[in-house]
Design a protein around this ligand. Structure first.
Ligand code: CDM
Ligand code: ATP
Length: 325
């Protein structure tokens, strides 16, 4: 691969340090999909999408530390809290991101990554993708490689469809595989209650089930555009209007694989959620609520139902990957 040339000067929204720091800490958010339209897969197996991402205040933190010269340029990763469901070898998306940046820029020095996870694993909230986005920004700063946001986005898209979005955060429309992202204007803050499941779902398995159900029901093309009422609801900051326009084409496939999620959605809505939907490829259920009082009621009802391994309250939108501390 030809090496990307480090650039100097403005770097979009990704702050870059001199390359002389000994460590760089970066935060990146998880997401919910407010809207997800899925078409029939292309020859590469990927499905064309039109989606609306919203970055939620569940924040992953990647700290990139400079290595001693004896470390031979390897990328290592340690989890702040051990978790058997998250790999720490080269299959970890954050490690893959650091490797890809090094390969693209000709860096040979390696890095030690420390990862603090707050987004549920395999929950349809793009936690691994946020880690990859954070690692790209952290290593770009640590190594002084100076890639701008569009160059980082191009690398992010090679790591996974969900990886470009956490680089920009806030609320954005995703097209193509979901990796071509453009910001959307929103007003105010939206309140969410998230119902988590102990066991995650495999994204490829959900898309495969979607294909089976679509074949039986007759395949529909991907939406040409995000519905106007949804972008209008975001612009006006009106959660009631937003709730009425939320949609996820993968929801039937997810509920088919996990029928108990229909009950989670019902409990959330009966407890006062404006609308509850599966986030992305699930199994997390994201319930949009009007205010703090409703959030408390929905939180309590979901916990009491015994249908969720954990229930979290959060708000959105929040910023994309950024250097902190
Ligand atoms: C469901 C969503 O979370 C919605 O935002 C994303 O589309 C998933 O994005 P992701 O997990 O980053 O996906 P990738 O890691 O790129 O791909 C994992 C697998 O998901 C399926 N996949 C993903 C994205 C897409 N547009 N079409 C697909 O069919 C493919 O089977 C692929 O092998
Ligand atoms: N940094 C990481 N954090 C969590 N899981 C990772 C990471 N890197 C690789 N994985 C593997 O990827 C799988 C999916 O992880 P992730 O938490 O990103 O799923 P997800 O949030 O459902 O993804 P998406 O919403 O983008 O489809 C995990 O089960 C794990 O085996």
């Amino acid at each position: 691969m030809s090496h990307l040339r480090p650039v100097s000067g403005p770097t979009g929204s990704c702050p870059v340090r001199s390359g002389s720091a000994t460590s760089v800490r970066v935060e990146a958010p998880g997401k919910v999909n407010l809207f997800l339209s899925v078409g029939a897969p292309g020859k590469d197996g990927y499905h064309p999408l039109v989606t609306v991402f919203q970055a939620v205040r569940l924040i992953e933190t990647v700290t990139a530390r400079r290595q001693s010269r004896q470390a031979h340029g390897r990328v290592s990763l340690v989890l702040e809290e051990p978790d058997a469901t998250v790999p720490t070898d080269h299959s970890n998306l954050a490690v893959r991101a650091a490797d890809l940046l090094a390969e693209a820029t000709g860096v040979t020095e390696g890095v030690d990554l420390l990862l603090r996870k707050r987004v549920p694993v395999a929950g349809g909230m793009a936690g691994g993708s946020a880690d990859a986005a954070a690692a790209l920004v952290a290593c770009n700063a640590l190594w002084g490689t100076g890639l701008d946001v569009s160059e980082l986005t191009a690398l992010a898209a090679r790591l996974g469809a969900d990886v470009p979005f956490p680089l920009i955060g806030a609320t954005a429309i995703g097209r193509g595989r979901g990796d071509t992202v453009a910001p959307v204007m929103t007003r105010g803050t939206f309140q969410w209650v998230l119902g988590l499941q102990q066991e995650g779902l495999s994204t490829p398995a959900v898309f495969a089930r979607f294909d089976e159900l679509s074949a039986a029901a007759g395949t529909r093309p991907v939406a040409e555009e995000v519905p106007g009422p949804l972008t209008a609801a975001l612009r006006s900051g009106d959660p009631v209007a937003l709730a009425a326009t939320m949609h996820n084409d993968l929801q039937d496939a997810v509920v088919d694989l996990r029928p108990e999620l229909a009950e989670v959605i019902r409990v959330a809505q009966e407890a006062g959620a404006l609308r509850a939907v599966v986030s992305g490829a699930g199994p997390t259920v994201a319930a949009l609520v009007r205010d703090a009082g409703a959030a408390q009621r929905v939180h309590r009802a979901l916990r009491a139902s015994g249908l969720c391994s954990r229930v979290l309250r959060t708000d959105a939108p929040v910023a994309g990957a950024r250097v902190v501390g």
